[in-house]
Design a binder for this molecule. Sequence first.
Ligand SMILES: *[C@@H]1O[C@H](CO)[C@@H](O)[C@H](O)[C@H]1NC(C)=O
Ligand SMILES: *[C@@H]1O[C@H](CO)[C@@H](O)[C@H](O)[C@H]1NC(C)=O
Ligand SMILES: *[C@@H]1O[C@H](CO)[C@@H](O)[C@H](O)[C@H]1NC(C)=O
Ligand SMILES: *[C@@H]1O[C@H](CO)[C@@H](O)[C@H](O)[C@H]1NC(C)=O
Ligand SMILES: *[C@@H]1O[C@H](CO)[C@@H](O)[C@H](O)[C@H]1NC(C)=O
Ligand SMILES: *[C@@H]1O[C@H](CO)[C@@H](O)[C@H](O)[C@H]1NC(C)=O
Ligand SMILES: *[C@@H]1O[C@H](CO)[C@@H](O)[C@H](O)[C@H]1NC(C)=O
Length: 642
Amino acid sequence: MVLATLLLQALLLVPVWGHYYVAINGNDSGPGSATAPFRTLERAQKAVRSSTNGMKSDLYIYVGPGTYYLNEPLKFTSEDSGQNGHRVVWQAQDMTKGASISGGVPITKWKASSAGKGIYEAQAPAFTTRHFYANQAHAQRARSQVQRSWVNQTATGLQVVNDAAKYILTMPGLEHAEFHAHNSFTSRYNPITGASADTIVMAQPAWNNNLIGYDTFNKPDVDHGLYVENALSLLTDPNEWYLDPESHIIYYMPPSGQDPNNMYLVLAKLETLLLVGGTYDQPVHDLTFRGFNYMHTTWNHMSTGYVDQQTGGYIGLNKAYTDFEAARPFWWQVPGSIQVSAAQNILFQNGSIVALMGGFGIGNDPNAHTTGVGLGASDVEISGMLLHQTGANAITVGGIQAKAHHPSDPRLLNQNTRILENIFTDLAYTIDSAVPIFASYAKNTYIVHNDVVNVPYSGICYGYGWGSNDAGGSPQYQQRGLYNYQPVYSTPTTLQGGRISGNLIYNVGTLHSDDGGIYTLSASPNTTLTDNWVKSRQGFGYYLDEGSSFYYINNSVLDVSSTWLARNEQPTYTTGNNTIANCASSFAPSDSHNQYNDTIVNSAQWISYRSMSPTQKSIVYLAGIPPDQRSRRPYSIDQGPF
Ligand SMILES: *[C@@H]1O[C@H](CO)[C@@H](O)[C@H](O)[C@H]1NC(C)=O
Ligand SMILES: *[C@@H]1O[C@H](CO)[C@@H](O)[C@H](O)[C@H]1NC(C)=O
Ligand SMILES: *[C@@H]1O[C@H](CO)[C@@H](O)[C@H](O)[C@H]1NC(C)=O
Ligand SMILES: *[C@@H]1O[C@H](CO)[C@@H](O)[C@H](O)[C@H]1NC(C)=O
Ligand SMILES: *[C@@H]1O[C@H](CO)[C@@H](O)[C@H](O)[C@H]1NC(C)=O
Ligand SMILES: *[C@@H]1O[C@H](CO)[C@@H](O)[C@H](O)[C@H]1NC(C)=O
Ligand SMILES: *[C@@H]1O[C@H](CO)[C@@H](O)[C@H](O)[C@H]1NC(C)=O
């Protein structure tokens, strides 16, 4: 016994092959053993790189509890990969405590400010940012609502036509302020450059691009509020903040009664935390990240404006477009804080993403990857995580440009992403039209047994392109003139083989409209949506929007207060050819007619959960994360058994 203990201790003093340790109070000059751990993840990465030749088993890096503040993103290339079929596993040493990776800087030494009652101030380091987090939640940039009737759109900006908005013309710091329009399915930002007579002058080309297309800045399909943001004089409400870009003094009004010196207040410095990206010749592969909490990022590009289109696709500001359709093939994507491209077999298990801007970007277009190499992600798994307090989509799978839907080289294909048993809740705070899961052009995307709870727009969005890139094109987009700017493709896109099943989707559309529990676009052969339970007072249940075809929907319960099956079907659209079977809803009969070669069978209306069939009750009970894991929910939901 004693001997065994001594032997074990001796073993721990020197690094055992295949095991490295990192701890907050470690030392990078040491060996990285259990008793003399490294201090930084970067140091451990160097050690791993020199150990993977001839790997005979998995290699583990155990990261001790605490928060690791990064000075720059951690970059994983093919050199960091597992070899010979073995994996390199980065793992929290104590899975119950986890280990946190932060891109921010804690702000301390707050004192009462003369800027106003209840406002505190502190000196921040000199960097540019758009994000400040209070106790692991998004703090609100100082803002004030502007009624649409107070301002009138002109080619250069917004003309003030009501005295209530006059103060904006002379507001100190006007040239750092922005307008934010919360529209039907878009969330648009436009910076202000100054004032000219009675007009608030808007930055170009953002303003030009914000006025073309659909659900535009000043002609929303539905108005969910217009705000002027980011000036010190607008800081009047608890949880609002403002950072002076010259003095780097940060101002914050804590919730009443709270001393900011007792809060965890962090200013985001980095835009990305993990760059997992190889090249198409040498992809990064066989990595696991288990039990980490990713937090505190920003995205400064938005300061030139954000011309939202849908679910994180936006018109770039490299030019002013006159024809909206000319822009459509070239929309950009919001980058993730954790980016994975040209990569194979990368697993993210347990832990969380919390209080950050972008979420996971899996095989997005090159414009959304810091490495410059987009797409090419295969066999990436995100499982057992909590994803909340993001600024944008929590997970974006696939790209939206031509190389994503019609790759010239098979190595660019995104395939086999698995999103399993995660909790998505309370997210999309910056771009509030963003969604928990957006899966675009990719093959065999699995979205299975997730909780998707309390979200501002749709729950799960699958597919993109409105049918315009599908084989044969779309008569609607012929009419709109899109094919003056891109080909009519004769072959199918990469979108196929999706599986969205066993998900719990609860309370969607809290801030937007024209949304659904599960929302689809374009043709996706061999794709099944089954055993999902949608319960929401806002939004449709299943929403098959433009071009959605060849979906197989089965065995679902839709508890909604409007249409359970919305189908955007018109003669010029290519929506149709869908099969919908065994769905139970509160609105069954009116949505159950066959049209456009859809087949709808066995849809049933139900009155109460108690009166459901055993199969329907079991769909409800099993939806979401598995019953034995439900204690990790930050909310409670009644799923029976009824
Ligand atoms: C780290 O280890 C080196 C070499 O043993 C030592 O010189 C140094 O003081 C240590 N640093 C700290 C912070 O303990
Ligand atoms: C707003 O502009 C429109 C057209 O430019 C004009 O007809 C209207 O009178 C303006 N509204 C106000 C209140 O000035
Ligand atoms: C990690 O997540 C998986 C998938 O949900 C789950 O089965 C497992 O229990 C989790 N592990 C820990 C340590 O929480
Ligand atoms: C359909 O998808 C399933 C699962 O994703 C796959 O196993 C099967 O091979 C696919 N079938 C066709 C015809 O592509
Ligand atoms: C559809 O759901 C029914 C009812 O649960 C089930 O019997 C059937 O196998 C499912 N069909 C397919 C193709 O999955
Ligand atoms: C359904 O699919 C068939 C065969 O591919 C096609 O000819 C037809 O136009 C499609 N119908 C709709 C409404 O998309
Ligand atoms: C109707 O749908 C079936 C099944 O998707 C398909 O095989 C067929 O071609 C479609 N027919 C027409 C006329 O669109």
